[in-house]
Design a protein around this ligand. Structure first.
Ligand SMILES: Nc1ncnc2c1ncn2[C@@H]1O[C@H](COP(=O)(O)OP(=O)(O)OP(=O)(O)O)[C@@H](O)[C@H]1O
Ligand SMILES: [Mg+2]
Ligand SMILES: [Zn+2]
Length: 330
C-alpha cells in the first residue's frame, strides 16, 4: 500500500469529518438520554471519576493498590448495575450510553497499533483515488462488463493464424486475470499495443478500477502529461498539484502510462521514460504501457536500454481489429 500524500491527505480530511460527525451524533444521543433521566448523568460522571481513581492507584508506587482497587471496582459495578436498570426501565439497550467507535479495529484513529493504515482509512483512500482516476478515465462506462468481443472479426487473420476475436479473447483474459490477482511486488508489467480505437484505454480503465478496489494505489495518466510532470519538477515550476507528482508516478503500486509514442521524443523524454521504467522494475512495481507503436518501433524510437527492458519484462498484448470508435459512429 503506497498511497501518495495527496490522496492520503484528502482521505484523512474526509475521515476526520465523518469521525467528528459520529462523535457529535453520539453526544446528542447521550444528552437526550440524560435529559430524560438526570440520574444517568451523575452515574456517568461518577463512573468516569472512579475509572480515573483506579488508574491513579494502580500507578501509585510503594503501596499495594489491590485492596483500594477492589473497593473502587465494587463501586463501579454497582453504578453500572444501576445504570443498566435505569436504561432498561426507559426501554433502551444497556449500551445506549457507550461511546462506540465507528471502527473497532483502530478506535477511529485510522492506524493500527503497529502503525499501518487501518482498513477503514484505506477505504477512504480507495474512494479518493477513484475520484482522481475518474477525472481522466470513464471508470463506470469502461469496465470489463461493458467490453464486448462482438466488435472483433471472427475471420482468421493470416499473419496471426487466429481471428481478431480469438486474439482479443486472450488479451481480455490476461487483463482480467492481471487485475483480479493484482498483488503489489508480484504482478508483472503489460504492454498493450495496437492501432487506434481497439480498446487499449478501455481495458486500462477496467484494470485501474479493479486494482484500485483491491486497495492498491493506482496512477493513470497519458505519457505526454507524465513527461510534463517530470519536466515541471526538474525546472522547479510551480504547478497546481505539485504534490510530488513524480513521486507518485514512480512509487504507486500500479502505473498506467497511456498513449506512449504520441509525445515528441526529446532527450528529456528518453531520460524520464528510462527513469520510470527502470526505477519501477528495480522496485518491482507494476506498470501498464499502452501505445500505437509496435515493439520494433519502440526499439527504434527509444533507447536500446528502454527497449530491452520493455521487451524483456513486459508481457506484450497485441490489439487487432477495426477501429471501434469508427464502428460505433457508423
Ligand atoms: N471491446 C469493446 N467493447 C465495447 N466498447 C469498446 C471496446 N473496445 C473499445 N471500445 C470503445 O471504443 C472507444 C475507443 O476505445 P479505446 O479508447 O479503448 O481505444 P484505444 O485502443 O485506447 O485507442 P487509441 O490508441 O486511439 O488511444 C471507447 O469509447 C471504448 O469504450
Ligand atoms: Mg487510448
Ligand atoms: Zn479502523
Amino acid at each position: 500500500m503506497a498511497y501518495d500524500g495527496k490522496i492520503l491527505r484528502r482521505a484523512q480530511e474526509k475521515y476526520e469529518e465523518d469521525r467528528s460527525r459520529h462523535e457529535q451524533e453520539m453526544d446528542r444521543r447521550r444528552e437526550a438520554i440524560f435529559r430524560r433521566q438526570p440520574r444517568l448523568r451523575d452515574i456517568d460522571r461518577e463512573l468516569k471519576a472512579t475509572m480515573a481513581k483506579i488508574i491513579r492507584s494502580a500507578l501509585t508506587r510503594g503501596t499495594d493498590p489491590s485492596a483500594a482497587i477492589a473497593v473502587l471496582r465494587d463501586e463501579n459495578l454497582s453504578l453500572q448495575r444501576e445504570r443498566s436498570a435505569l436504561l432498561r426501565a426507559m426501554g433502551l439497550p444497556e449500551d445506549a450510553l457507550e461511546e462506540k467507535p465507528l471502527c473497532p479495529l483502530c478506535g477511529d484513529s485510522g492506524y493500527r497499533p503497529g502503525g499501518e493504515v487501518c482498513r477503514c482509512l484505506r477505504e477512504y483512500c480507495a474512494r479518493e483515488q477513484k475520484k482522481e482516476l475518474s477525472r481522466l478515465l470513464d471508470l463506470a462506462g469502461q469496465s470489463f462488463e461493458s467490453f464486448s468481443l462482438d466488435w472483433y472479426s471472427e475471420e482468421e487473420r493470416p499473419e496471426l493464424g487466429i481471428s481478431d476475436r480469438e486474439n482479443m479473447d486472450r488479451t481480455l483474459r490476461t487483463c482480467r486475470r492481471f487485475a483480479e490477482e493484482f498483488t503489489p511486488g508480484k504482478s508483472g508489467n503489460l504492454l498493450l499495443f495496437g492501432a487506434p480505437g481497439l480498446g487499449k484505454t478501455h481495458l486500462s480503465a477496467a484494470m485501474a478500477r479493479e486494482v484500485s478496489d483491491r486497495g492498491c494505489s493506482v496512477v493513470y495518466d497519458t505519457a505526454g502529461h507524465v513527461f510534463s510532470c517530470f519536466e515541471a519538477e526538474k525546472f522547479g515550476r510551480e504547478t497546481e498539484d505539485r504534490d510530488g507528482s513524480v513521486e507518485r508516478i514512480l512509487r504507486c503500486d500500479l502505473l498506467i502510462l497511456d498513449d506512449l509514442g504520441t509525445e515528441m521524443t526529446t532527450s528529456f523524454v528518453l531520460s524520464a521514460l528510462y527513469q520510470i521504467v527502470n526505477t519501477r522494475l528495480l522496485e518491482r512495481r507494476s506498470t501498464i504501457i499502452s501505445t500505437n507503436l509496435r515493439p520494433d518501433q519502440i526499439a527504434q524510437r527509444y533507447s536500446p536500454q528502454i527497449a530491452s527492458r520493455i521487451e524483456g519484462e513486459y508481457k506484450g498484448l497485441p490489439f487487432f481489429g477495426k477501429d471501434i470508435r469508427i464502428q460505433k459512429r457508423g
